[in-house]
Design a protein around this ligand. Structure first.
Ligand code: SUG
Length: 401
């Protein structure tokens, strides 16, 4: 079992490992990169190695890291449920000939984008002092909706239900409760162990939403109830129409938060500046302090450039020695305006002390940056000790993989 001293709360990142059927199916609706790279040749081995290298960086930085195993694909049970019969070879042959798009969907390794696996609220935010997890239904995309049962199962095995962890079933699988999880959830708090503000972002509110909208308000509200969050420390924000039209299909493509720092594009939310004021007010009520908000003007980085470089899909992590690191896609350093902005952040009066570009190009071509590939779970040492030890990333395990 993993061990450690009691009381300390650290953020564990669980990364989805890429499976051998990784490919470019053009399956992500509203996802500009997925559409652009449709039917290009993929390299599953390179994809897996890129993901492992990112995990190794986290381990080298002294941060807790774990691995979510890839799910079984092609998902034969899904093909059989849709009427393909016979031996596995028959099923695959006929599906490949008659319904190649279906075969692509049931072969997608989309569970690698672990930020969509579940919503998670740490113990400091919940009424019963347990970590709450709700797996997503991902109903907006058929290929992703196939992930839910295996995701629920693996999360329950990694984080045993009981004194430390509470698991809820995924929300009803209908558009009204369309839920894409932590990719639309941010948490701001003075530190991982203190009560914080949970921000839920949605693109649809009883309507279809525009552009790339996937997450519904009804889902966000249901998750906040299930996780027994305090209403004065919960903020619901609607994505702006401009962001949705530009292909911001999840909030983590346009904002990222860690502890007291929020990096956000000025066009992220429909309410504009008032949205950030609501976050500030809730944060001040929870902690008697103000968060550090770095708002990026469209004149400095356009929505289109934010979507292309995936700047906001960086991982913002607290370093053991103090300060934060931004783990960004290499594409950010290849873009002059974004790279300049990164240098300004590094030189500025804020917690960011390091920028680490990582190459996750195989995932990026399907619209998944560094932050899409991970699910964050803040745990104290007692909770960490009850976790399934086999998924904790160590240098030998990463080497073996
Ligand atoms: O759901 N891409 C994923 C990318 C998810 C990114 N996640 C976050 N932003 N958190 C999606 O659109 C593409 C698969 C394909 O086209 O083969 C895909 O599913």
């Amino acid at each position: 079992m993993p061990t450690g001293s009691p009381g300390r709360v650290r953020e564990l990142n669980l990364d989805g490992l890429v499976g051998p059927t990784h490919h470019y199916g053009g399956l992500g609706l509203g996802n500009v990169a997925s559409q652009r790279h449709r039917h290009e040749i993929s390299n599953p081995r390179a994809a897996a190695l890129e993901g492992i290298a990112k995990m190794r960086l986290m381990v080298d930085l002294g941060l807790p890291q774990a691995i979510l195993p890839p799910q079984e694909r092609p998902l034969m049970s899904a093909l059989r449920r849709l009427g393909f019969a016979g031996s596995d070879t028959d099923v695959l042959t006929v599906a490949g000939r008659r319904a190649p798009d279906l075969l692509s969907a049931v072969s997608s390794t989309s569970s690698m984008w672990a930020a969509n696996a579940a919503s998670v609220s740490p113990a400091a935010d919940t009424a019963d002092g347990r970590v709450h997890l709700t797996p997503t239904n991902l109903v907006s995309q058929f290929h992703r909706s196939l992930e839910t049962p295996a995701t629920a199962d693996v999360l329950a095995r990694i984080f045993p239900a009981g004194r430390q962890f509470a698991h809820h079933p995924a929300l009803p699988a209908t558009d009204h409760f369309g839920d894409e999880g932590a990719a639309n959830q941010m948490r701001l708090a003075p530190c991982h162990g203190s009560a914080g503000v949970e921000v839920f972002v949605f693109g649809r509110d009883g309507d279809a939403g525009g552009g790339a909208a996937r997450q519904s308000r009804a889902a966000a509200e249901a998750v906040s109830r299930l996780h027994s969050l305090s209403s004065d420390r919960t903020v619901f924000l609607r994505q702006s129409d401009a962001a949705l039209a530009a292909g911001v299909f999840h909030n983590d493509v346009i904002a990222v938060a860690n502890e007291r720092l929020l990096l956000v594009h000025e066009q992220a939310y429909r309410e504009g500046e008032a949205a950030l004021d609501r976050i500030r007010t809730a944060y001040a009520a929870a902690s008697h302090e103000l968060p550090t908000v770095i708002e990026v003007p469209a004149a400095v980085i356009s929505l289109a450039d934010a979507v292309t470089t995936y700047l906001f899909n960086s991982q913002l992590v607290s370093l053991p020695a103090g300060g934060m690191a931004l783990i960004c896609p290499t594409e950010c350093r290849e873009h002059p305006a974004v790279s300049r902005w990164l240098d300004e952040v590094l030189a500025g009066d804020n917690p960011v002390v390091a920028v680490h570009p990582v190459a996750v190009r195989q995932s990026m071509a399907n619209g998944g940056g560094p932050a899409c590939l991970r699910l964050r779970v803040a745990v104290d040492d007692a909770a960490f000790a009850t976790m399934h030890p086999g998924v904790v990333a160590t240098p030998p395990l990463l080497e073996a993989l």
